[in-house]
Design a protein around this ligand. Structure first.
Ligand code: FMN
Ligand code: FE2
Ligand code: FE2
Length: 398
């Protein structure tokens, strides 16, 4: 039997300010790539332009003078595909392996190049022989883009999962085998940034993620190698798949927790929202306040995916709703959040308009329940507002 090795050749960046020009990445970002060496050699995806040099160094070091035979492209988004042209031009014997949909995208990203004669389009269930090892491909449309596929290396029980099971955050630096050093053993260290990544990147496509989960050979997989974040191993694959099933079904992780999401201009609505959190806690219901004005929306979206009940508390603004709340609800809508309970608290100083807009925006979400009463405050929470707030609290407790 031939020796088979899989080496991590990805690279991380702590220099880019925002991933995809919108997501804060306080812990940096990892762009994963892998090198499989059997009788034939396959490079599994390339990288983001921000880590080009380190990735190329890792690749050349991993190749150790060998010429790669295949470049497998699971996903054409530039954070993984930017080095396709450089690699194809550096190694004239290289064959590009990707889905038919990816093949169509390549000329759009690399207009001056034509690799069609050196490309192999693979379809669902097809295998690529690496002489002593093999890769089987599964299409994963819309897990994040339409051309995405994942692949399975049965000889090593490894799934190359593209953006699925990815996470924000740098991956331990340096080149290494895909062994213990890069494999996550503590799911709690993964789930917050993996949830934020999932909800914002794949959130809208729960049905497609569910379809992928149902067709991968789950019981045989010992390592999941995503394009971002740590590799999942035997201790973490089970819990990660369980979380993914919940997220894909829009099932909240926390049935009882109430997220009180607040957008307040001068603090009056924030005080009312804080009071409601206190009242819920006093009744034994776990609740927490999120200041939408001071929390990046990517975190708030992930929080909404986590909790069953969400209270929306916002100031009125120019006959509408204060923009941070509008932005939050717009994000919940485009990410397809459903199956939730919502409640509304509005504030206004002369003609409150926030509740009407929030209701309209909620009507765009599927399978949501509005917990009443809608509470309407003028400028500051007063004793006369307490009966309505208490009624809402009681309704949320039920
Ligand atoms: C730019 C701006 C526009 C506003 N538009 C409205 C409005 O259309 N209707 C209204 O009743 N109040 C309006 N307000 C007043 C605020 O909604 C009100 O003072 C606020 O609800 C008080 O709660 P807060 O302290 O949480 O901001 C506006 C305030 C600002 C600064
Ligand atoms: Fe992607
Ligand atoms: Fe990605």
């Amino acid at each position: 039997m031939k020796h088979i090795s899989v080496t991590y050749i990805g690279a991380s960046s702590s220099k880019i300010d925002l991933f995809e020009s919108q997501y804060p990445i306080p812990e940096g970002m990892g762009y994963n790539s892998y090198l499989i060496k059997a009788g034939k050699t396959a490079v599994m995806d390339t990288c983001d332009p921000s880590v080009e040099k380190e990735w190329m160094d890792n690749l050349l070091s991993g190749l150790d003078g060998a010429e790669p035979d295949y470049l497998v492209v699971h996903h054409m988004e530039p954070d993984h595909s930017s080095m396709i042209a450089r690699l194809m031009d550096t190694f004239p014997g290289l064959t590009l392996v990707c889905s038919a949909a990816a093949l169509k995208m390549i000329p759009n990203f690399f207009p001056s190049k034509d690799y069609s004669a050196r490309s192999l389009a693979v379809s669902e269930g097809q295998s690529l022989d690496l002489d002593g090892a093999s890769l089987t491909f599964y299409s994963a449309p819309m897990v994040h883009w339409p051309e995405v596929m994942v692949s399975y290396l049965p000889e090593k029980h490894m799934l190359f999962s593209a953006d699925a099971f990815g996470s924000f955050g740098a991956v331990q630096k340096g080149i290494g085998g895909c062994s213990e050093d890069l494999t996550l053993s503590d799911i709690d260290a993964w789930k917050d940034e993996a949830r934020r990544y999932y909800c914002n990147i794949c959130g809208k496509y729960g049905a497609q993620v569910g379809r992928l989960l149902s067709k991968i050979p789950a019981k045989d997989i010992e390592q999941v190698c995503p394009l971002h974040g740590p590799i999942l191993g035997l201790d973490t694959i089970g819990p990660a798949v369980e979380l993914y099933s919940k997220w894909a079904n829009y099932t909240p992780e926390l049935e009882d927790e109430v997220m009180v999401a607040c957008a307040s201009i001068h603090g009056g609505t924030l005080a009312a929202a804080g009071k409601l959190v206190e009242m819920l806690n006093q009744k034994g219901v776990p609740a927490h306040l999120v200041d939408l004005c001071r929390t990046d929306v990517s975190y708030s979206v992930a929080d909404a995916f986590r909790c069953r009940s969400i209270v929306l508390a916002a100031s009125s603004y120019d006959a509408g709703v204060f923009p941070p709340m509008h932005d939050f609800l717009y994000h919940l809508q485009i990410k397809g959040l459903c199956k939730r309970r919502f409640a509304i608290v509005e504030n206004g100083s002369w003609a409150p308009s926030a509740a009407k807009v929030m209701k309209e925006m909620l009507s765009q979400l599927k399978q949501v329940e509005l917990v009443e009463p809608v509470v309407s405050i003028r400028s500051r929470l007063k004793d006369s507002d307490m009966p309505a707030l208490e009624q809402l609290c009681a309704a949320l407790v039920r």
